[in-house]
Design a protein around this ligand. Structure first.
Ligand code: PGA
Length: 248
C-alpha cells in the first residue's frame, strides 16, 4: 500500500515570527504523521531547527540544475541537503509560466535533485485553455515524458509527482474528485505501461485549492496519494486537518 503524503508549498510567504508560530503549531499536532513543508530558501535553517526530530520533513520550492559555479542567485541541491532538506518542488506551474522553465529544464532540475539525494516533487498539470481544448492528457504526458526521457522511468521510484491543474491553483476552484482521479489514473497508467512496479509505488499528489473542507473526498480517490497545498498550508488548522484527512 502506498502511504499518503501531504506537502505544504509556502510560496513567497512568511517571516521569522509567522513561521515560528506556524511550525510550533504543526509539530505537536502532526506528531507521528509524515508531512512536508516547502519553505522559502532563507527559512530553511529555521525549519531545520524547528522540525529536526519530528515527523515533518522540510524542503525547498526550486533548485538549480547546476551543481555549482558562477550562477548568481541560484541555489544548488547540495546546499539544500546541507540544511537537511529531503524534498524539493520542481516544475511548479508558477516556475513554468512566470519564469519560463521548460520541460527540459525541469527534467534537469529533477536530475540534479536526485543526484544529491533529494526527492523531487515533480509538478505537472494543464492550463484552463488546454483542458477546454481537450489536451489535458497530452500536456501531462509531455511533461512526464521529458523527465522519463532524461532520467528514466526507474527514477520515479525516488520521486513524488504532483498533479496540479493550473486553473485550480490559488483560484478556490478545485478539480472535482472525479476530474482529479481521472488524470491521476492516466498518469499511473502511463507509467505502468513502462514499469508496473514503479507505477504502483508512486505517490501522486493532487494540488489546487485543497483545503480542510475538500481534502477527505479527494484523498478517498484510489489514485490520489496526498496533496500539494499552497494557501491552506499557511493556516495551521487547515494544514493539520488536511494532513489528518490524508492519514486516515
Ligand atoms: P493552492 O496552491 O493550494 O493555493 O491552490 C497549490 C500549489 O500551487 O501548489
Amino acid at each position: 500500500m502506498r502511504k499518503k503524503l501531504v506537502a505544504g508549498n509556502w510560496k513567497m510567504h512568511g517571516n521569522l515570527a509567522e513561521n515560528a508560530a506556524l511550525l510550533s503549531a504543526l509539530k505537536p499536532a502532526l506528531a507521528g504523521i509524515e508531512a512536508v513543508v516547502c519553505v522559502p530558501f532563507p527559512y530553511l535553517a529555521q525549519a531545520q531547527a524547528a522540525l529536526a526530530g519530528s515527523s515533518i520533513a522540510w524542503g525547498a520550492q526550486n533548485v538549480s540544475e547546476q551543481a555549482k559555479g558562477a550562477f548568481t542567485g541560484e541555489v544548488s541541491a547540495a546546499m539544500l541537503l546541507d540544511f537537511g532538506c529531503r524534498y524539493v518542488i520542481v516544475g511548479h506551474s508558477e516556475r513554468r509560466s512566470l519564469y519560463g522553465e521548460t520541460d527540459e529544464l525541469v527534467a534537469s532540475k529533477y536530475m540534479a535533485a536526485q543526484a544529491a539525494g533529494l526527492t523531487p516533487i515533480l509538478c505537472v498539470g494543464e492550463s484552463l485553455a488546454e483542458r477546454e481544448s481537450g489536451v489535458t492528457e497530452a500536456v501531462v504526458a509531455r511533461q512526464l515524458d521529458a523527465v522519463i526521457k532524461a532520467a528514466g522511468v526507474a527514477s520515479l521510484a525516488r520521486a513524488v509527482v504532483a498533479y496540479e491543474p493550473v486553473w485550480a491553483i490559488g483560484t478556490g476552484k478545485t478539480a472535482t474528485p472525479e476530474q482529479a482521479q481521472a488524470v491521476h489514473a492516466f498518469i499511473r497508467g502511463k507509467i505502468a505501461a513502462l514499469d508496473a512496479g514503479v507505477a504502483d509505488g508512486l505517490v501522486i499528489q493532487y494540488g489546487g485549492s485543497v483545503k480542510a473542507a475538500n481534502a477527505a473526498e479527494l484523498m478517498a480517490q484510489p489514485d490520489i496519494d496526498g496533496g500539494l497545498i499552497g494557501g491552506a498550508s499557511l493556516v495551521a488548522d487547515e494544514f493539520i486537518a488536511i494532513c489528518q484527512a490524508a492519514a486516515k
